[in-house]
Design a protein around this ligand. Structure first.
Ligand SMILES: Cc1ncc(COP(=O)(O)O)c(C=O)c1O
Length: 393
């Protein structure tokens, strides 16, 4: 395949956003293309719900119309923080919860609050890459912990060895993992917590895909390690299908919450009053189970279709079937430069998928499987046909 990516695009994906802050390749790639793509296979969450659909979950639209649009509660309303605390089955109290604008803001304010220049931190890789970028900007000393194929399991033995050797300030883990869809078992979480406890190392988990496990449910790190040792970031964008609400949170000890809250004064002050209200209804315990089931049902149907479509076609795409999340990380055995492949898919076919280069793993594509099953069938068929043609020519 001849090289065709314009220099301008390369510079907008791999330079710096500000001194010391790497460009966020994945989000840039999506921001540049997602509203124009004909076929959307880059999303990592399940198909979003409408306000009308949320009426089935107890939302009253006429009450929304009467809502006064003030600042509300800057760390989230008491009702919403209580509902979030309930997700952790009592492991955290509502005073340990700060609501943010998406898990993206939650990750940012958590990292700024917890890490100082020169701190040693272990970082789970491959990764969504928001935290590695922020940690670099904060001038932390980053030691990567690579998950490897074919299982992509978290390298627990290496983590234990490095915790003993470096006594890091924190371990930053994205679990369930984006992009691999693997996740840690309760036993692995317990072992990590036990080791981190000996050195006073904080466990900071981005758990935005928590609740999407297709097999054995996975507890939160907060339920395993407790708030003195663990911090959990999560939100409503992925499993709950509500990215437009921009609701995320940081949960941990009261003292972590105090610091996070004061950093948030600089970033967004408060979550949207409208979103806070809707999120409080969405997180009613009965709704949580229903929405998690909805997500699993969409992903399972789409994975079944994906498997069916690929049988006999494995030399075109070699997927690592996910255990959680709403995406498939797939090796493309016939090409190394998947950025160029993703570029051609978009330019020539209007198909948007995410190149492995944005996860520091060329040779892979991340393909979203959270769309409505009817749409997914069409989208995947188009993707496989386009890949077939690109491989041929
Ligand atoms: C691991 C991870 N964390 C955080 C985010 C940000 O999500 P949001 O801000 O929509 O909650 C994403 C989005 O893709 C993600 O994959």
């Amino acid at each position: 395949m001849e090289q065709r990516i314009p220099e301008k695009l390369l510079c907008s994906l791999f330079g710096e956003a500000a001194p010391g802050l790497p460009l966020f390749c994945l989000e840039r790639w999506q921001s540049l293309h997602e509203t124009e793509a004909r076929i959307q296979l880059s999303e990592s969450g399940v198909h979003p719900l409408t306000l009308e659909e949320l009426e089935e979950y107890g939302l009253r639209l006429e009450e929304l119309a009467r809502l006064e649009l003030g600042y509300g509660w800057t760390k989230g309303s008491p009702t919403l923080r209580e509902r979030i605390a309930q997700l952790y089955s009592g492991a955290v109290d509502p005073e340990g919860v700060v609501v943010a604008n998406g898990s993206a803001e939650a990750n940012l304010v958590a990292a700024i609050s917890l890490v100082s220049p020169g701190d040693t931190v272990l970082v789970d890789m491959p990764n969504y890459m928001q935290l590695p970028g922020i940690l670099k900007w904060l001038r932390a000393r980053i030691i990567p912990l690579w998950r490897r194929p074919p299982t992509w399991r978290f390298p627990l033995e290496e983590a234990v060895e490095y915790i003993r050797k470096y006594r890091p300030r924190a371990v930053f883990v994205t679990d369930p993992n984006n992009p691999t869809g693997s996740y840690m078992s309760r036993g692995e979480l317990e072992e990590l917590a036990e080791e981190a406890g000996k050195t006073g190392t904080l466990l900071v988990f981005d758990e935005v895909y928590w609740g999407s496990e297709l097999g054995e449910p996975r507890p939160s790190i907060l339920e395993v390690a407790g708030p003195e040792q663990a911090v959990s970031v999560s939100g409503l964008s992925k499993v709950y299908g509500l990215p437009g609400l921009r609701i995320g949170w940081v949960a941990g000890s009261r003292s972590v919450a105090e610091r996070v809250w004061s950093v948030k004064d600089y970033t967004s002050i408060a979550p949207s009053r409208l979103s806070d209200y809707i999120a409080s209804i969405v997180l009613d315990p009965g709704n949580v189970d229903r929405l998690r089931s909805r997500a699993k049902s969409i992903v399972t149907q789409n994975l079944d279709f994906f498997k069916e479509m690929l049988s006999g076609n494995e030399d075109l795409l070699k997927p690592y079937w996910p255990k959680a999340g709403a995406y498939v990380f797939a090796e493309v055995p016939w090409v190394k430069d998947t950025l160029q492949l993703a570029y051609r898919l978009y330019e020539e076919y209007g198909i948007l998928a995410n190149p492995g280069e944005c996860f520091e793993l060329p040779g892979y594509l991340r393909i979203g499987v959270g769309q409505q099953p009817g749409d997914f069938r069409h989208n995947l068929t188009e993707l496989l046909a386009a890949l077939g043609r690109l491989r041929g020519g």
